[in-house]
Write a protein of this length. Structure first.
Lengths: 452, 452
């Protein structure tokens, strides 16, 4: 108790804690001897005073080792994983994981569920129906045990599951506590939370997509850059090769927003089709994972290899195996019509001629959430069928009466409200003004690993 | 929940909270809807970011009104109280309360117990034996109900009790929480804690003794000054007249340290005797209470009136009534030999001739605590009999073999250890060097009340 008091008082006063102290605190929190109220005080002190690189690495190390850390050294190939800080329409992990696996780097991926305005990879995958006749029995399973996870990765080189009880239990508790104590917005706490889960998977390399913009968690570039640097450094401190891409999230990614709809776009990407921005992210992040895994010499070679896997059917074939291994119906990969469809599909028409200057990503996300595609609280149910399919992107000239998008909804009333919200998110200039420049790629922060 | 998150996040970011927000938080904490972990995060944010005057007053107001606030408007005389931030040998409240009451200002005093190195008024009073033949039955009762407290103050103008369940319950919970979350050292939290209890007593005026030095909670003058200003301002914001004296706590106050021993010194003071520094504090703080209560025009008149009450027997007579009203044996006031005595009393002899330059107050307090006079944890029992009686003060010339002090202990072994510790706390220069200047009175911070 005196130890914890002293530790909290020193962080309160902006002093540095050493790795042993941070380790003892996290161990105490994990075994229950440090109660929530002491951890809440610690989280607030960290949110205000910050942690330096060494302290952040110590917190990450302690949270990582609060549970099981997987080991893939028995595999005959390297391992790599990818994480995105979350964006609107960001389904990149779904085509990327099988594409990377098809290129010979195993992808043991533990993902999260959607909360707030961004969707979760698990929710999207769970919209894939099962093999029952009515497509409703079973479906894609993401709540697998670590044993099943190990078996699937061993067999087909890729699996996507949710966080289990064994993975970083200290993070699971702290994450819930931060959610109610005003301490979500803290870079060292975010770093330790994301990286402890990702490093517990045991992948040797990690590609990060740090999204910036009004549809992202990080609204400005400076914060996103600080987060990216902190994650790369913390990973390096623990001996993992990490690259972070800073990418723009001012407009929705790709064309489809919503759970089953994003699976449909993912399938198009896996068939060498789909929107250019989603494909570009899959190729570059996947290519960097191949490079980090030692499969290729440089990023361009990696990107080309991923593009080939998308175009030659090998990525799609790997996704069929993934779907089947998780209890889903692999026929979905060749017939997206088997995905659950919304009863109401309505076109959203341009009200006048003009130039589509912007599509507000955050507003689209909130509209999709209202349709039922997301959840505000952990216990909320989501509707896999609903969302939007965009027909144009910023920079396009639009004509009155042409569809800007289609809204997929559970009822005519929802469809009408969704259409109005989507329209409000689109900024159409009557006169062609200068387009605000938009770039997908903002920066890349490289693995600064030293010999550890 | 969202409201609390937002409030915590804003204080985390150093923004101002309004009185309604702080009020809602404290009400939620009192009724249990705001859990300990959210209050811990709030306390840490406040400990780091601080609270401005308005926020501090709002927190004080909310904590004060989390429980009962007494009303003395039916009395035929003004009311005043006194609080000390705690020092070594600080027994001032015990002679002061009956002296002020004897001068016509009622003193409804709710006091604390000792924790850490400073003693508590209640522990000292409880060393007074009961009226039973063996002196052990009953004794001075401090755990009275508010109803009994009201009755005693109404009858004899003064009573001293411990905090009850009804008084500032939010403070009782927050105080315990701060103790385990590294948030004790925060001026706005200290102000709200002390003042909420003191103002709940309902006294119209308050004299504060803010102690500075190595034997005090505030080790340096700047911190003590900030605390004194903050308490005076917070009191004024709530319409109470408050004066804070900054006084030195570099040496023990008076001659007696220990529970029954400090009652013995208090009795000497009440008979117009006792050490000059204790008497000076009683007269000045008591005099200021008479001034704040409107009984005298200025402080010198108030001091003179208190001095008269000590010298003419009226203060001692009032203390007899207090002791009797609380179930103690009033004969103690004329025969301190009835107080519990230690089985072992040993002289601590000067090891060589020289000048007694300093007596380390903190070291003496720790030595007394080791003898059993204090408690480190709330549940520790204390021994009323043990402590020290000092025979000389800094500035005195001492001769080898003359007693510096007497140690009162439970066993010969304790006495030996206590004597060694006391000796180590005394700094005797073999050659007469320059004395470091010591002043009891450092400053006074006046009531800045405006028309409220």
């Amino acid at each position: 108790m005196l130890f914890t008091y002293d530790l909290l008082a020193r962080k309160r006063d902006g002093l540095r804690l050493d790795a042993e102290e941070i380790g003892a605190l996290v161990r105490g929190y994990t075994d229950g001897s440090v109660p929530d109220y002491q951890m809440a005080a610690f989280a607030m002190a960290v949110a205000i005073r910050g942690l330096d690189e060494g302290e952040t690495a110590a917190l990450l190390h302690a949270m990582l080792h609060s549970g099981a850390v997987l080991d893939w050294s028995h595999l005959d190939r390297p391992t790599a994983d990818k994480h995105s800080t979350g964006g609107v329409g960001d389904k990149v992990s779904i085509p990327l994981a099988p594409a990377v696996a098809a290129c010979g780097v195993a992808v043991p991926m533990i993902s999260g569920r959607g909360l707030g305005h961004t969707g979760g990879t698990l929710d999207k995958l769970e919209s894939i129906p099962g093999r029952g006749l009515d497509g409703a029995v079973g479906g894609f399973q993401t709540r697998l045990s670590l044993q099943e996870f190990r078996a699937i990765v061993g067999r087909i080189g890729v699996s996507l599951i949710g966080q289990t009880e064994e993975i970083a239990p200290a993070d699971r508790r702290l994450y819930a506590l931060r959610d109610v104590t005003g301490t979500v917005e803290s870079i060292p706490l975010i770093v330790a939370s994301i990286m402890s889960k990702k490093l517990a998977e045991g992948a040797g390399a990690l590609g990060l997509d740090v999204k910036v913009g009004n549809g992202a968690f990080m609204k400005n570039e400076a914060d996103a850059r600080r987060l990216a640097h902190a994650m790369v450094k913390a990973g390096a401190a623990l001996g993992r090769r990490v690259t972070a891409f800073l990418t723009s999230m001012d407009r929705p990614l790709g064309t489809h927003i919503g759970n089953a709809l994003e699976i449909a776009e993912s399938i198009a990407i896996l068939h060498g089709q789909g929107p250019a921005d989603t494909r570009a992210l899959v190729c570059r992040l996947g290519g960097e994972m191949l490079r980090l895994g030692g499969k290729v010499e440089d990023l361009p070679a990696g990107e080309a290899m991923i593009a080939r896997a998308l175009d030659d059917g090998s990525a799609a074939e790997r996704f069929r195996l993934v779907v089947a291994a998780h209890g889903g119906d692999p026929r979905v990969v060749d017939d997206p019509g088997r995905l659950p469809g919304a009863p109401e599909v309505q076109a959203v028409l341009a009200p006048h001629d003009g130039l589509l200057v912007a599509i507000d990503a955050y507003a689209v996300a909130v509209a999709a959430l209202r349709l039922g595609a997301g959840r505000l609280r952990k216990e909320d149910a989501i509707d896999p069928r609903v969302g939007f399919v965009l027909c144009c992107k910023p920079g396009d000239a639009v004509r009155r009466g042409e569809p800007l998008a289609f809204v997929h909804a559970a009822s005519p009333r929802d469809a009408q409200q969704g259409a109005a919200a989507l329209l409000a998110a689109c900024h159409i200039d009557r006169e062609r003004g200068p387009l605000t420049e938009s770039r997908l790629w903002i920066d890349v922060i490289h693995d600064e690993i030293s010999a550890v």
